[in-house]
Design a protein around this ligand. Sequence first.
Ligand code: GDP
Ligand code: MG
Length: 290
Amino acid sequence: MTKENKKTGYVAVLGRPNVGKSTLVNSLVGEKISIVTSKPQTTQINVLGIVHNKESQIIFVDTPGLVSEKQMKFNSKALNREAVNALSQADLVLMMVEANVWKKTDDYIFNHLKEMSMQGILVVNKVDRYKDKNKILDFLKDRSENDVFIDTVPISALYEKNLIRLIEVIERHLPIKSPEFDKDTVTDKDTFFRITEILRERLMHHLRDELPYSLDCSIDNFEDKEKIVMIDLLIKTKKDAHKKIIIGKGGGLLKQVGTEARKEIETLVGKKVFLTTQVRSIKRGKNRAL
Ligand SMILES: Nc1nc2c(ncn2[C@@H]2O[C@H](COP(=O)(O)OP(=O)(O)O)[C@@H](O)[C@H]2O)c(=O)[nH]1
Ligand SMILES: [Mg+2]
């Protein structure tokens, strides 16, 4: 059976790290699709968040934040490639910025769109930070009058303000075609990916800035029993020193990370979860188990 045609398309969400891209996609999908922390470059690969409306199917592509070459550290090159990929496949682009903040990286992204002769919607996030909305008006005007932005929408992704308007504006610019995903599908990522991402988010939340990027989280064992899911998670790190930090004093940090992750995983799988976490440092191809 062919699906009824709707406004359907891929919407790439671009913006510098930490502007709130993942928060927006999660709010719109109504489920945690993509992890969020206060640290830049939390999202490492493109994640699809699919929003099903009566009139439309909007496939958001949450990208790792684009950064300029100058600011590149860790694996930013690979992250940039993900964002550029999303751009090339998109039917529509959202460029997300923070209200009253415009940084060099915003210029970099804006110029990138301009050079590619791409048009998009300017989404101005975190307006909740300004009680007096007049304080944002000049910013909106200054930033939206150019040939890149076809529309401007101020929002608060975190407090879900003006998101209905954003959806309306997006729908206006999408082509009418057959929806790509069935209505139960909210992301392209499977449960295993989402579980390891939850663990990574909790680790990033608790650890020092630079450490989390060198971590690799995976599932060692997964058993779905009738009333409980048994999961063994593995955290791989490159240095023994990192292993010590992750485990924490008397195992305290790892225990806390495990407890927080377990609660979120229970929501995701809809069952009680028995979770174990193990840290392993891998040096020059050798496996040094805990
Ligand atoms: N005040 C406020 N904070 C927000 C809003 N949206 C996101 N944040 C916060 O900004 C930080 C970065 O969010 P995230 O979605 O990970 O940004 P990303 O790197 O662009 O994906 C997190 O601490 C969010 O809670 C918003 O609308 N208002
Ligand atoms: Mg993100």
